[in-house]
Design a protein around this ligand. Sequence first.
Ligand code: FES
Length: 106
Amino acid sequence: MPRIIFVEHNDTSHCVDAEIGKSLMQTALDQGIPGIDADCGGSCACGTCHVIIEESWQGKLPAAEDEEVTMLDMTPEPQPGSRLSCQVLVTEELDGLILRLPEFQM
Ligand code: FES
């Protein structure tokens, strides 16, 4: 089972076992990780599941679709590693993925 490391804005980290095929957003919610609101429930319509992928992982994830890119442009302080965690599904290849949570969601 892949392990995903969520790092809060205050540097508190949470290493969790993630189910393959589940989104990073749902993984965070299921594990009680604070900092992801996910107001739209994963429909790529709210931008409140914003995360920042750690630099060494940024080229290893599937590229964001246009809908995700548009929504990311509306998040406060988008960064090069910004993704919507509802749009990234857990795979075996993501074992060890490190992502940071923004200070606040929109
Ligand atoms: Fe709303 Fe991801 S949960 S965009």
